[in-house]
Design a protein around this ligand. Structure first.
Ligand code: NAP
Length: 358
């Protein structure tokens, strides 16, 4: 068993880490930490809102018994020499300060944006760009660290990149336009989205989100040339909106292919990719990496987000665009807190273990 710590364990993503690591066959959660506000408290007490007494636990599954009573550490109390791996679920500004301190001693898998755009840092989606893991060795050497920082993408990038990969490999990609309808949990727990702002409403702007998706997609789909990642040449443009859905980001995608393809060929390439994906034997891997529906009323967040415990990317409405040359359109659903963050990070850790990177 490898010993792991979670920093930011009380937040929206942190809570998913606690669930995803519960009774994990390879990883044992031995330390948890969050801000000064919570340090020194039992996990269950730190989750209780001091003003309303509400327990801010957002999962259908109960808090695992062994974690309820665990005392939250200060970040300084996490001893990198006593754990094999640290998962972080911090806002970017906090991550910028905390993650390098940890990475000097131990590998860090991060859900934050803080280091995603640096040249010696890959943005990893397990099963999609495993060869980019090589860049972690270069990062270690550059920074003289025993560990490294391995970030996941923004949760809105994940599902789109997963569905674009087989298209890029088989037909080539010229350009992509995407509009997202993003869930409330994607905004985190504190302060999150205020109910009065979002009930009966759509918010047409999520700060910094569109830039992240546009840059990250090109890096993830890029090629590792032995020294660095050469971005994919596809043009990516998007509009990101927030909708009153609890979990699961829906995205409408238009892709202009280099080579014409019928919707059935696109479907086949997604299914073939899904069947042959490298990570399918790992403990947190979904049975289907991508699911493609013929039913035009799917995917829907309420029905489809929990399929394979939120680890599948669900596609529907796959059709030819009749206006633009070689255009294909589809709708996808990706679970922002499962494959899009905590459980995706655990899957990445499993990939690292299987490749002996940790
Ligand atoms: N929510 C999603 O669906 C999602 C998906 C993908 C990626 N992400 C990214 O994941 C990260 C975490 O997001 P989230 O939604 O979980 O945020 P969140 O709900 O606001 O949680 C933030 C966590 O960070 C802790 N924290 C705050 N300041 C700290 C400090 N100085 N030192 C140590 N811990 C500190 C908080 O502890 P207290 O409880 O003590 O305040 C809390 O546990 C962000 O970078 C976000 O962009 C989120």
């Amino acid at each position: 068993m490898l010993k792991v710590a979670v920093i930011g364990a009380t937040g929206a993503v942190g809570q998913e880490f606690v669930i995803g690591l519960n009774k994990h066959p390879w990883f044992e959660l031995v330390q948890i930490a969050s801000s000064e506000r919570s340090a020194g408290k039992r996990y269950i007490d730190a989750l209780r809102d001091p003003n309303t007494s509400l327990l801010k636990w957002h999962n259908k599954e109960n808090i695992p018994e062994n974690v309820r009573e665990m005392v939250l550490n200060r970040v300084e109390e996490i001893n990198p020499n006593k754990v094999d791996l640290i998962f972080t679920a911090l806002e970017s500004e906090d991550a910028k300060m905390i993650e390098p301190r940890m990475a000097t001693e131990v590998p860090v898998i991060s859900t934050a944006a803080a280091f995603r755009y640096e040249d010696d840092v890959p943005i990893l989606i397990p099963g999609l760009n495993d060869e980019h893991c090589e860049l972690l060795n270069i990062q270690r050497k550059n920074r003289k660290w025993n560990g490294f920082i391995a970030p996941l993408p923004n949760c809105t990038t994940t599902g789109m990149a997963i569905t674009l990969k087989p298209l890029m490999d088989e037909m080539g990609l010229e350009s992509v336009f995407m509009t997202s309808l993003q869930a409330l949990s994607g905004a985190g727990r504190s302060p999150g989205v205020i109910a009065l702002d979002i009930m009966d409403n759509v918010i047409p702007y999520i700060p910094k989100e569109e830039e992240k998706v546009q840059v990250e997609t090109k890096k993830i789909l890029g090629k590792f040339d032995g020294n660095s990642i050469v971005n994919a040449s596809v043009k990516v443009s998007c509009t990101c909106t927030r909708v009153p859905v609890m979990d699961g980001h829906t995205e409408t995608v238009f892709a202009e292919l280099k080579k014409a393809a019928l919707p059935d060929q696109v479907k086949e390439s997604m299914i073939n990719f899904s069947k042959s994906v490298s990570i399918r034997e790992l403990p947190s891997a979904p049975q289907d990496y991508i699911i493609v529906h013929d039913d035009p009323t799917r995917p829907q967040p309420r029905i489809d987000r929990e399929i394979n415990d939120g680890m599948s990317t669900v596609v529907g409405r796959l059709r030819k665009d009749t206006v633009f040359k070689n255009g294909i359109k589809y709708v996808l659903l990706t679970h922002n807190e499962k494959m899009g963050s905590a459980k995706g990070a655990i899957l990445l850790a499993e990939l690292f273990k299987s490749k002996k990177i940790i």
